[in-house]
Design a binder for this molecule. Structure first.
Ligand SMILES: [Zn+2]
Length: 221
């Protein structure tokens, strides 16, 4: 049984989803986190190593408030266009900054989670990249795979099951129409970028509330 829930925006007994928020941190991250928190939501922030410098305090604050950090590579390459050695470097460099944030925050990291930039799992190298993720200790929580097709169920990276396409800056009505397709256990993809946050973050929270969905960090509830 859950002991706490917000007085509005979510009621116990309804569905949970995971929000995978890619590409941050950004200067707009605090605004995004405040909106999510106001609706009773938490998210996994799949950070880019190259965006962390100078924004460490934002991430320390985020993990202390119950958000989690995932790894989204260092500078967002297409993994099908890089070597295994380059992929290792991309992941390991970002791991160092994520670990430093958790250490500074004195918060236990809930898991080592990874998302491929552009959802590019590596094409012909995908098997080798999955092996690399395993070697580096990355594991996808069971709950995050519930809506995956069987073919992808062994993947260690996080998939997207509902793509809001916010990065393409659709009309807000189209963004809301996509959000109305959200179902319990979806992994909803959103981006920590100023244009997306300014245009859609409030709508994202409203549509989750309208569907009685609550975004949670796996294992944290
Ligand atoms: Zn990305």
């Amino acid at each position: 049984m859950r002991l706490r829930w917000p007085s509005w925006g979510w009621r116990p007994g309804f569905g949970e989803v995971t929000l995978a928020i890619d590409d941050g941190p950004s200067d707009a991250t605090p605004e995004l986190l405040a909106l999510l928190e106001g609706g009773g939501h938490r998210a996994v922030l799949f950070t880019l190593g190259c965006n962390v410098a100078g924004r460490e305090a934002i991430l320390v604050d985020a993990v202390r408030r119950g958000f989690a950090l995932g790894n989204h590579s260092f500078d967002h390459p297409h993994f099908s266009s890089i070597t295994i050695a380059q992929a290792r470097s991309e992941i390991v460099r970002t791991e160092a900054s994520i670990e430093a944030i958790y250490t500074e925050a004195r918060v236990e990291r809930p898991g080592k989670w990874f998302r491929f930039p552009y959802l590019d799992t590596g094409k012909t190298q995908s098997g080798a990249f999955q092996a690399l993720l395993g070697e580096l200790g990355f594991e996808r929580p069971f709950v995050v795979g519930k809506r995956l097709v069987v073919f992808d169920s062994a993947r260690r990276d996080w998939p997207t099951s509902l793509n809001t396409l916010d990065w393409a800056l659709p009309d807000e009505t189209d963004f809301r129409a996509t959000m109305r397709l959200a179902q319990p256990d979806d992994v909803i993809e959103f981006h920590d970028k100023l244009p997306s946050i300014a245009r859609y973050a409030a709508a994202l929270v409203e549509e989750l509330a309208a569907r009685s969905l609550r975004a949670v960090v796996p294992g944290r509830g």
